[in-house]
Ligand binder design. Structure first.
Ligand SMILES: Cc1cc2nc3c(=O)[nH]c(=O)nc-3n(C[C@H](O)[C@H](O)[C@H](O)COP(=O)(O)O)c2cc1C
Length: 245
């Protein structure tokens, strides 16, 4: 078995970090590893804002719903989808800017995710732990203001990075039969497989919370999809110049 495959399968989010700093050379190397990810149309539509300032970190931790590890992680970065950098050259080359199509939004957002996940894999390979912070989208306008993001740039998620001070279990994923289909999409056998998986997830949460009531996966995701989810995002993105034409 490849050690990379083992590494990927051992991923778990870390939410408690030690005080140990990340050596600057290692940090640079992790950024380069992230930057080496594939990038759609060679757009390179991702920009990372590294947040060092303690006050700014606590403000973001608060905005993200009181997630204290945003402050305690050795590093915290905000990954942004960036259509501005490339868009600047439309003007310069006398071309009308048309970079506000839904497709452009997808390209840049996917670029961000790929860059982040490559950086994450590199980080985990040297014993670092990570936690993505989608919570920054609770208040994307204030995060945008704090980081001085211009139009054409939006914060997709944050990332905490540091040496782990905890050793949580890996979180079981859905059975392969549910997420991998042959030739065509179908839901054959999914309900039974997911019912079994629900029990596994209940146990996982019970163990993690020391015997508390474990919530199942289907309860969790049905909750998620039966509630409005950050309804401000549409207006926020429009204000940032993402028009979804
Ligand atoms: C884009 C993204 C945003 C996330 N946002 C948060 C967050 O704000 N806070 C948090 O504690 N975990 C966050 N997570 C972590 C997920 O909860 C976690 O990956 C998931 O529960 C699976 O657990 P695992 O990473 O330990 O395998 C996020 C993950 C992703 C991919």
């Amino acid at each position: 078995m490849s050690s990379v495959i083992d590494l990927l399968k051992s991923h778990r989010s870390i939410r408690k970090f030690s005080d140990q700093a990340i050596a600057p050379e290692l940090f640079d190397d992790l950024i380069k590893a992230g930057q080496s990810a594939a990038t759609s149309s060679f757009l390179q539509g991702a920009t990372i804002v590294r947040v060092v300032d303690k006050r700014k970190r606590s403000q973001i931790a608060e905005l993200a719903g009181g997630q204290r590890y945003v402050e305690s992680a050795a590093e915290f970065m905000v990954f942004c989808a960036d259509l501005k950098r490339a868009g600047n050259y439309c003007d310069e080359q006398g071309k009308a800017f048309e970079g506000d199509f839904t497709e452009h939004f997808i390209i840049a957002t996917v670029d961000v995710a790929l860059m982040a996940q490559s950086l994450v894999t590199a980080a985990e390979s040297v014993g670092l732990g990570i936690c993505y912070i989608g919570g920054i989208r609770n208040n994307p306008a204030l995060v945008t203001e704090l980081l001085e993001l211009p139009r054409g740039v939006y914060p997709v998620f944050g990332l905490c990075l540091g040496y782990p001070d905890q050793d949580p279990e890996t979180k079981p994923r859905l059975p392969i039969s549910v997420i991998l289909k042959q030739e065509v999409y179908n839901e054959i056998g999914d309900r039974d497989a997911i019912a079994e998986y629900d029990e596994q997830i209940r146990e996982y949460y019970k163990t993690r919370t020391g015997g508390g009531h474990g919530i199942s996966w289907t309860e969790q995701v049905a909750d998620l999809l039966s509630q409005k989810s950050r309804p401000h995002m549409k207006g926020f993105l429009a204000a940032q110049g993402f028009k979804f034409r």
